[in-house]
Each structure stands twice: as structure tokens, then as C-alpha cells.
Design a protein around this ligand. Sequence first.
Ligand SMILES: [Zn+2]
Length: 290
Amino acid sequence: MRNVLKLMGLVVSLSFILLSPTISKALSVLPESPEEGARKVSSTLLQGKQNVLIVLVDSPKKPHSAGNDKKSYYEEALVSGLNNYYKEVSYGKFGVSVRITDWVNVSDTISDKHERARKALDLAWGTTIPVLWPNDYDKDGNGEYDFILIFDTVAPTTSEVTSMELEGVTPKPIPGTGKKLNWYAYMRPSRELALVAHEFGHLLGLLDMYLGIPGTIGNIGRWGLMSAVIDWGMPYSHLCAYSKVKLGWATPIELDQSGDRIIKAAELKDYGSVYRISTSITFDHPLETA
Ligand SMILES: [Zn+2]
């Protein structure tokens, strides 16, 4: 596929040599700092290997299916899967050590998600995994858990990443740990790597890139992990170039001079290139594909 951009008659052409159509489809104008509603994550949490805790939660009325729904069922899909995914999209700058707890049972009388999440974490800490160290899950030392995903059988079908503070609830320390739960993912138990990687992306500070949904920062169609139009169950996309730049995993090359550019696909292991084109440039043709 070859795309040509013409800039104000300066005869600037860009030759996009792509192994996949991802880049051309993902070309869109995104705001410079779309931070509203996004988690603000310390840069120390965006580099190196970080610890992620997934807590398996059920309730007396909606128990997990005993026998074949053990934590190993989720470990097989997610432990190396999530790490490999993020290692690849960060070009080796970031990875995750995922730990999944045994099932904890939270009473049906506790229906509020925040209360269920707190109770689940309390139970996981106190009973199922005696060797969890709170400081291992607060690497930036801000007193809050870094990366917690609550997999609850009674969660709504729509996954969400939520912040107690943003919802007007005061984060409180989980008993015995001294650490507060504030940001976390709340979702049905899932082995779907694309879904879990997407929700984890929110914990890293990324927003959705859906079309027409308030609070989202643009629409990138189906060509990025933070889009809604991921084909669950199908091979999933990389994070888009914009997300990689925001997380500090790619450095954009500013396009301010005429000339030919070969843009390697951002998915390439030898570090695909990311170009940033100033929105002050007026195009004769926004994008021409040949
Ligand atoms: Zn999302």
C-alpha cells in the first residue's frame, strides 16, 4: 500500500511502506493532551517490570464453576500473554509480572462495586495469598495500589476501569496493608487477552478511542487496542502510535521538512517509526492512497 501526502504544493511526498494497513488507518488528528478523566500514572510505573494483581471474586449466589475454573485457567491465558503483549508494544521498555489470586467469596449483601473490590482485596491479602507484600504492589510509593484488576462473577458485562476518588468515594487502606485502593479494573473473569490488555491500558493512563462516546479522545476505528472495535477473540492490535508516545515507549519524529520518508510499521520488532505531522500544515489532499 502506498500513500501520498501533498503539502501546500510543496510537493512533499511520503511513501508509506507498510506490512499492515495499521498506520494509514490510524492516521487521525488527536488532541495534544487529552488528559481529562485519564489516570495520571507516575513515569516510574511505565518502565521496567511492574507487578499486576488479579483478584478472582465470586459470590454465594454466583459461584465460579468449581473444577474447571481454577486460577490456573486464567494464568494460562494471561500471565505470559499480558507480559508478552506489553513487552512487544513497548519495544521491551515495559513488562508485567501478573499474579492471580485464589477465588475469594464476597457476600451478595455487598453489592457496591467499590465495597466488593475492597472486601475482595482484603480477603485475598489476608487469606489466600499470605506472601503478598503490599510494597510490591505500590512501586511508586504513593500509598495506592498500582495495578489491580478485580475479576468478579457478579460484575456487569461491560468492563470498566474506575477510580474511587473520581466517583466521590474516599479511598481507604485495605486492612493490614496500609495501602489504599483507588484506581482498579472491575470486570467479569476473562481469559480474553485483548480485553484484559485494553482494560490494563486504562490503568496505564490511556483513554478509550471510540467514535462518539463522551470522554473519549477520538476514533481510530479498529486499528488500536484502545478502540472499542476490537474483534474480541481475533488477533488484536498494537497500541496505536499515539498511545505509545504518551506512555513514553516511542519518540515521534517531527515532520517539518519536505522530502520522502519511509515509515516502518510500528509493529516491527526493530522499532517501527512514529511520525508526527503538525496540524498547522494544510493538505491539498488529507490522505491519498494509491
Ligand atoms: Zn476502554
